[in-house]
Design a protein around this ligand. Structure first.
Ligand code: DC
Length: 209
């Protein structure tokens, strides 16, 4: 039977790391769905278009090619902010649904992480985890990540980004960031990476029965 694991949560909650480790553990493919929204923002920025250009954003989402991604560039702070803006545009979300569902429909299963995986993309996922952590913890983690990539780090600004992105992602009308009714919430504020992984694994194993 296929194993579909849906991981949702706010920016810098650690969901990407958890998703990657779960995928490795179970030998499943992993899709970081945030990259799709980041790639749409990147397409607009590269063309010098505003992020709220609804027509261009929809066209960019429909023309997206997974193989042309440059994950390094997409993971920058600028793309993080931009992706949260384009993610609120209905035509962008509509254009990306099929791609994500096809990924999840592979015979062996898949691990997907994002904001609406458990609620919209894979409502029948085998296991759903909603990963969260305090804004301060998340800002600290993001600061370390950006520093590691050689980007300038301003903690106050990063915390502000985290809060702005939380508000935008959870207050938008379509597919907002929220835990599915049947998701298990995992707060990683007090957990290191290995402890968070062990907790996530326990949730998946329980869900598999
Ligand atoms: O996970 P991330 O930080 O890379 O996501 C970037 C933005 O993309 C996030 O602020 C909101 C949007 N997003 C979304 O709306 N739905 C998803 N499934 C994944 C990301």
């Amino acid at each position: 039977m296929s194993l579909v694991i849906a991981i949702d949560g706010p920016a810098a909650s650690g969901k990407g790391t958890l998703a990657r480790r779960l995928a490795e553990h179970y030998g499943l493919p992993h899709l970081d769905t945030g990259l799709l929204y980041r790639a749409v923002a990147c397409a607009l920025i590269d063309e010098g278009l505003p992020l709220d250009d609804v027509v261009a954003a929809g066209a960019a989402a429909r023309g997206l090619s997974l193989t042309e991604f440059d994950p390094e560039r997409l993971r920058s702070r600028e793309m993080g902010e931009g992706s949260s803006v384009v993610a609120a545009i209905p035509s962008v979300r509509a254009a990306l649904i099929d791609m994500q569902r096809r990924f999840a429909a592979r015979a062996e299963g898949a691990v997907l992480d994002g904001r609406d995986i458990g609620t919209v993309i894979c409502p029948d996922a085998t296991a759903k985890i909603f990963v969260t952590a305090s804004p301060e913890t998340r800002a600290q983690r993001r600061a370390l990540e950006l520093a590691g990539r050689g980007e300038p780090v301003n903690y106050a600004l990063i915390l502000e980004d985290v809060r702005t992105r939380d508000a935008r992602d959870s207050q938008r009308a379509l597919a907002p960031l929220k835990a599915a009714d049947d998701a298990i919430t995992l707060d990683t504020s007090m957990l290191d990476r290995d402890e968070a992984f062990a907790a996530a694994l326990a949730i998946v194993e329980k869900a598999r029965g």
